[in-house]
Design a protein around this ligand. Structure first.
Ligand SMILES: *[C@@H]1O[C@H](CO)[C@@H](O)[C@H](O)[C@H]1NC(C)=O
Ligand SMILES: *[C@@H]1O[C@H](CO)[C@@H](O)[C@H](O)[C@H]1NC(C)=O
Ligand SMILES: *[C@@H]1O[C@H](CO)[C@@H](O)[C@H](O)[C@H]1NC(C)=O
Ligand SMILES: *[C@@H]1O[C@H](CO)[C@@H](O)[C@H](O)[C@H]1NC(C)=O
Ligand SMILES: *[C@@H]1O[C@H](CO)[C@@H](O)[C@H](O)[C@H]1NC(C)=O
Ligand SMILES: *[C@@H]1O[C@H](CO)[C@@H](O)[C@H](O)[C@H]1NC(C)=O
Ligand SMILES: *[C@@H]1O[C@H](CO)[C@@H](O)[C@H](O)[C@H]1NC(C)=O
Length: 538
């Protein structure tokens, strides 16, 4: 950036700041640096006050040109912040996104539509605040209408994707298109996440009983029905084979065009071209299983294919009781994304298992004197404000399939599942990371901080923020459960999940169910990092 640009920038930033401060003062709201006003003890005593602040400031992420594009209702991947001021800039927008980010957006909109007070607070934050459910619903409905139009246009222009979304370029009024590196390619995992979120949206719209909302529900139902028809052609290769990524002959040709072809990417290389994981790949697998019109033999093959990866493992640490969990890939928090979508925890064994995983996540960090917890995340930003790299391999090596990990960066979203099993404990861990220097901005929490306090990431993204908010709002399992029951697939879902997990975990109580969740005991050290000038503790 040239020096003049910076000056221009700062002048504008100061203007925005003054405006922000005035609005806050007028409304008697907390400041964006609210973490400083709380301690672990004060949060445990009154979690609601802290949660309200969190939802408000995470809601400030939900603005045009920060997290979405107001021209088409579609998500942006995220936004770089000015490394000094912490203010966003249109040049910092990641002008692309994916079905996984759409999934997080849809879940939040589902909660707004059903009238969840926390979601109402979240969506109104950047629109004057307050708790007016009808006003909040109007915003959500507007976005759902816009998205539907955009999805339609994309499908009309690129019929080869069969309604599914590749990573897409999204910028201003330019029509949506695949990003340069996703031309003629489409991933199953992200689309599986998105499907169940849209499923929840449909249920939320219908549950209001309002006629105009039912019309919109019908549109999204038709969209999902279309995916039911195309899922096999695009991703399913018979028996146990679901392509992780499918390569198309030509995204502009209809699916039934003679020149159109679909091949699993990486078939000729040494890697595994198929989805076989017992983590987030399950959402797509279950959609295909329940709605894909497969024979029983094919369904059984899908379950058998991923069975070897579902493994029971005990976490142990001197001074702590052993705790049985599902072995992770890295044991990154995001691997359990599906647990806030599908009603796994309706099964007592699954509820215990899910809680045990958070006992381990919190106690492993407590035991190792880590001020936060791990999840795959973007690394720190450098002196120019650019992201250094992406740290996929972050979790708990002792209970992971992938044992070589980089464990130097923690992220607030590592609490996404903790929020579901024990909100006060989840909030305490989130707070312990957000209170670190330079970890809050006018758009809520930042992406990540180094444990040693020498750098943070001046970046905000759906994955590092809205996963947590969705956890805090309870996930969409209750909407999904109701709809599954209505569509008469719920019993089958419960039956197969129970069966598959009992094969591995048995039916006796799991070890460690009586271990209390652990709280943080150390802070990220103050190494002289300076808070953003738009959001500092006085
Ligand atoms: C977002 O950016 C677009 C340009 O791409 C601009 O037209 C629009 O006014 C911006 N929105 C806001 C709220 O600043
Ligand atoms: C997507 O496009 C195809 C081909 O043009 C069309 O048949 C289908 O109805 C569209 N799907 C939706 C959900 O509109
Ligand atoms: C893909 O199909 C479109 C529509 O028929 C056509 O215009 C385009 O040339 C095709 N692309 C390739 C690389 O064949
Ligand atoms: C894999 O190799 C076969 C035989 O060499 C070839 O016909 C096919 O196109 C290749 N598939 C992919 C996806 O590269
Ligand atoms: C990290 O960056 C990627 C690419 O910009 C983005 O898709 C992702 O949401 C970011 N955060 C996390 C936690 O993955
Ligand atoms: C993350 O950043 C640190 C320096 O801050 C560097 O040592 C490390 O190699 C980076 N890792 C990745 C995956 O970018
Ligand atoms: C990781 O998973 C693969 C595939 O199931 C398996 O072969 C390997 O032994 C596992 N490694 C560990 C350390 O669990």
């Amino acid at each position: 950036m040239a020096a003049l640009d910076w000056l221009d920038w700062l002048t504008r930033a100061v203007g925005i700041l003054a405006a922000l401060g005035a609005v806050q003062a007028a409304q008697g709201l907390s400041t964006c640096r609210f973490a400083q006003q709380y301690t672990t003890t004060s949060i445990l005593r009154n979690p609601d006050a802290f949660e309200r602040d969190l939802l408000h400031w995470e809601g400030m992420f939900h603005q045009d040109n920060v997290s979405y594009n107001a021209f088409n209702g579609m998500t942006y991947d995220g936004t770089l912040l000015n490394p000094v001021t912490g203010i966003h800039d249109e040049r910092g927008i990641h002008t692309f996104s994916a079905a996984s980010k759409e999934s997080l957006h849809f879940m939040l909109l589902a909660h707004v539509v059903e009238g969840h007070p926390g979601a109402v607070r979240w969506i109104l934050a950047n629109d004057g605040g307050g708790s007016d459910t009808e006003k909040a619903r109007k915003l959500a409905i507007g976005l759902l209408e816009q998205k539907w139009t955009t999805y339609q246009e994309f499908n009309a222009t690129y019929p080869g994707f069969g309604g599914f979304l590749p990573w897409f370029a999204n910028s201003g009024m330019t029509p949506l298109a695949p990003t340069w590196d996703w031309n003629n390619r489409v991933p199953a995992l992200d689309n599986g996440e998105n499907i169940w979120s849209i499923y929840a949206v449909i249920e939320a719209l219908e549950s209001t009983g309002r006629r105009d909302y039912k019309v919109l529900a019908k549109k999204w139902e038709e969209y999902l029905n279309y995916l039911k028809q195309t899922a096999q052609r695009i991703f399913y290769r018979g028996s146990d084979k679901i392509c992780a990524v499918t390569d198309l002959a030509n995204q502009s040709l209809p699916i039934d065009h003679p020149a159109q072809t679909y091949v699993c990417e990486g078939l000729n290389s040494s890697g595994n071209p198929y989805i076989n994981d017992p983590y987030e790949g399950q959402q797509f697998m279950f959609y295909l299983y329940l709605f894909g019109d497969l024979s029983q033999t094919e369904k059984d093959a899908l379950l058998a294919f991923k069975r070897p990866q579902l493994v029971s493992v005990d976490w142990s640490y001197p001074g702590y009781k052993s705790i049985t969990v599902q072995k992770g890939f890295w044991f990154s928090a995001h691997e359990n994304w599906g647990w806030m979508q599908l009603p796994y925890t309706d099964i007592p064994l699954m509820k215990d298992l899910f809680e045990n995983m958070e006992r381990v996540r919190t106690c492993n960090s407590r035991a190792t004197k880590n001020p936060g917890m791990f999840a795959s995340v973007n690394n720190s930003t450098d002196v120019n404000g650019e992201i250094i790299g992406y740290i996929s391999n972050a979790g708990i090596p002792q209970i992971a399939n992938q044992t070589i990990q980089e464990l130097d960066v923690i992220t607030p979203y590592s609490t996404m599942n903790t929020m579901l099993v024990n909100k006060p404990v989840g909030l305490a861990w989130w707070h312990n990371m957000a209170i670190a220097k330079r970890m809050q901005s006018p758009y809520g929490s930042s992406e990540s901080t180094r444990i040693d306090g020498t750098a943070t990431s001046a970046f905000v993204s759906w994955d590092s923020k809205m996963t947590t908010v969705n956890g805090l709002l309870g996930g969409v399992t209750s909407l999904v459960r109701t709809r599954m029951q209505r569509e008469r697939v719920y019993d089958e879902f419960i039956r197969i999940v129970k069966k598959e997990y009992e094969i591995v975990f048995g039916s006796n109580p799991l070890k460690g169910r009586d271990v209390p969740y652990c709280l943080p005991s150390v802070l990220v050290p103050d190494m002289g990092l300076v808070d953003f000038t738009s959001c500092y503790a006085s």
